[in-house]
Ligand binder design. Sequence first.
Ligand code: NAP
Length: 495
Amino acid sequence: MTIQESRTPSATLPGAVTRGQLFIDGEWRPSSDGGTADIINPATGAVVATVAAGTTADINAAVNAAKAAFAPGRWSGLSGRERSRVLNKAALLIRERAEELALTESTDVGKPITFARVVDVATAADQYEYVAAMAQQLDGSVRETPLQAHAFTKREPLGVVAAITPFNFPLILSSTKIAAALAAGNSVVHKPAGDTPLSALLMAEILTDAGVPAGVFNVVTGSGGTLGDHLVAHAGVSKVAFTGSTEVGRHVAALAGQNLRPVTAELGGNAANILFADADLDKAVGTVIGAFVFNSGQFCMGGPRLLVERRIYETVLGVLKEAVAGVPVGDPRDPETVMGPLASRKQLEKVASYVDGARAAGGQVIVGGEPLDLDGGYFYRPTVIAGLDNDAAAVREEVFGPVLTVQPFDTEEEAIELANATEYGLAAGVQTSSIARAHRVSSKLDAGIVWVNSWALLDPAVPFGGVKNSGWGREYGPEALESYTHTKSVIIGTD
Ligand code: NAP
């Protein structure tokens, strides 16, 4: 296939999105100083919406509303079963309004509409359904003790959760935090990414319609530099749930630490995908390509570093050259499009600069290696680079774009060493037909999640998160829900 250059007519964004106001205490309102920010469609460079640029006064109002809603227990005091009903309704409404959400996400981030539907929207709904079930099982246990006492534990919500999310998967990553926080009975103040805040506004409408009481869920849009510090350091916040870069995550964790508030930090990644000669090559190549072009490579758990067993190295480069050139890049609203633009001009420039740096460092661009001029959008051709060693910035650092570096290895030990030679530890992949090797290698990879003969399979039931500089804490699974609670022990004397 060749690059798709077709355009399709634009559809209208939903009202909550075009209204572009803050959602605080169950009401839509402008920012306290009337400030606004334009939101750009990365596929065209055109303004698609204008949102309120929140202020620190708006953060105060949102945290106060969330606290005021928490204290009397109008959400925190409901039984798990009652919260579960509301969260299931939210999942239902997400599915009912799937087209609006998919269109919003596609326009805001530049995601192909097909993936926005089947990945982003579907995953968000799945998350609400999963935690709705879990909310009913958040119970403590009786503890046997030699004391003259009856001792038991309870799981209690923490209070106000600050949910801060990055630009690349706004709906999924906000749902991960918000669904789990709400399921456990917390109130939430959500600060979405400055560039991609639109689906958060639609979710405010959906959660309200589902029955989440006023003040329990609040959205403040605006710049992280202005709002983020204030929110994270706010005395009314009981937990910070952060996903974003390692650099900002480190800053957020330090700031929250001053108030001794717990932080979940889901940070950067730079995963290696190890391709052994015994793998099913056709399947593996598809997996390799998906792992670096999905979401235009703006994918914390993407696979930007391919390590290939030397005896199939040249063959794999040849196959990649042809297959990657055929990835359909273009209009995100075209259902045939597999890769859209980068989410912003800043991302496009960052990717171009890494590829230029890779060339200067002696890398050979096998395919791609240049922007794609389409309707003023921020497109970059999917790119494969060989001939770099581990010291090259494009290998060592998180490029966060559709760029794959390919390095050969001779032995299993060398592959593991190369894979682990990174500050990050979010994900890794092993492509092999040997079960013994799959076990052996996956156990030695420094990563929070390892995919064998697959990539990016995720499920709300399976914990997800990083080690090393990819952060700490887990999202998904019972582990995530528990992190939005504290354990209270009650000991009733019986003598
Ligand atoms: P980012 O620059 O770190 O921003 C993340 C969020 O933090 C945004 O909402 C941002 O607001 C806000 N922020 C900025 N400065 C802040 C401050 N001083 N205090 C508090 N919040 C602040 O990350 P990004 O560029 O949006 O996203 C890409 C990064 O996220 C990559 O490193 C990627 O690997 C990582 N990521 C990790 C995961 C995971 O699960 N581990 C998932 C997705 C992405 P503004 O947007 O308004 O600046």
